[in-house]
Design a binder for this molecule. Structure first.
Ligand SMILES: [Zn+2]
Length: 202
């Protein structure tokens, strides 16, 4: 499937989210902690709201910082050291990778916790979870509430600082082999809560 050259821009305008994270797919093996579970995020990128070029963001922490204030402070090339809109893009939005589009203004991961996003092996959706400072995996707000209640040293962290909102999988960037085998039927047969949240959130 060949995309029109301006598709990224059209998509970008069609969705007020100005930031996407990219997820590399292919032969690369998932790290051990995600083995068997799904594909981890490979690269982070943000799109400049002035020139529409994509800039790679070097760490999850920096990415979350940009994302946490994206509506108030839209991303531009100047946020990156020694980078301007004149420079060629770091990365192009194309089908060589699977892209997932994130929601703006999600909270930064609280100190000591880790936030993980994994793409299901059938590429139908992502799952978000936190790893607590004690090494426990938490997959929902209810479970997080239970964790904080059982561990009062984390009571100062507002529960709203934990978000299980997941990015949207950009269907046109899903590998054709996956699309043919499962993606569409999985989507049709299993309309999840997250998808409707995603639509309402636009
Ligand atoms: Zn720019």
């Amino acid at each position: 499937m060949q995309l029109p050259t301006n598709s990224a821009r059209q998509l970008e305008i069609g969705d007020h989210t100005r930031e996407r994270i990219v997820q590399r797919h292919g032969r690369r093996q998932a790290p051990e902690d995600d083995a068997g579970e799904g594909l981890p995020v490979g690269l982070y990128a943000a799109q400049c709201e002035e020139c529409f070029k994509w800039r790679l963001i070097s760490s999850q922490e920096e990415y979350e910082d940009i994302r946490s204030r994206l509506i108030e402070e839209p991303f531009t090339c100047h946020r990156k050291t020694d980078t301007s809109c004149e420079d060629p893009p770091d990365i192009d939005y194309d089908t060589t990778r699977t892209w997932v589009i994130d929601k703006p203004n999600l909270p930064k991961t609280p100190k000591g916790f880790k936030r993980r996003l994994v793409l299901r092996r059938n590429f139908s959706k992502l799952d978000a979870y936190y790893v607590t400072p004690t090494g426990k995996t938490v997959r929902s707000s209810t479970k997080m509430l239970a964790f904080v209640e059982a561990n009062p040293q984390y009571k100062d962290i507002p529960l709203s600082d934990f978000s299980f909102a997941v990015p949207k999988v950009m269907e046109e960037t899903v590998p054709e082999s996956i699309l043919k085998s499962c993606f569409s039927s999985c989507k049709r047969s299993k309309k999840t809560k997250d998808e409707s949240v995603d639509i309402d959130g636009r």
